[in-house]
Design a protein around this ligand. Structure first.
Ligand code: FES
Length: 106
């Protein structure tokens, strides 16, 4: 599989310690600006698919806006169990934030 980087947001479009929903094809991603880095995870909470992009960021985790599950933005897993979401590599390239996808099926 080949990793491909795709721009998903303009640099500066997401305030520090906030997330935004971005779409790549049919994939909906929650992209977070943690200040020194960006993190990208699937935008569906492992509990009942709440929109993680609308959650409250705390350090390197986010609290789901529906029932407050705390999900790590490092490994995508709920801090107290309850499942995980997929994590995508993210980085700044020029004036854009890019997320890595694998060619073919994820
Ligand atoms: S849907 Fe996220 S905590 Fe329930």
């Amino acid at each position: 599989m080949t990793v491909q980087w795709f721009p998903v947001a303009e640099l500066g479009a997401i305030p520090k310690n906030e997330g935004r929903k971005v779409s790549f094809g049919e994939i909906e991603i929650a992209l977070f600006n943690l200040g020194e880095e960006y993190r990208a995870v699937d935008n569906r909470c492992p509990h009942k698919q709440g929109p993680l992009a609308d959650g409250i960021v705390s350090g390197k985790s986010v609290f789901c806006p529906l029932h407050s599950l705390n999900v790590s933005l490092e490994n995508g897993c709920a801090i107290r169990g309850a499942g995980c979401v997929k994590v995508y590599p993210a980085k700044v390239m020029g004036a854009r934030v890019c997320v890595a996808f694998y060619e073919g099926k994820q």
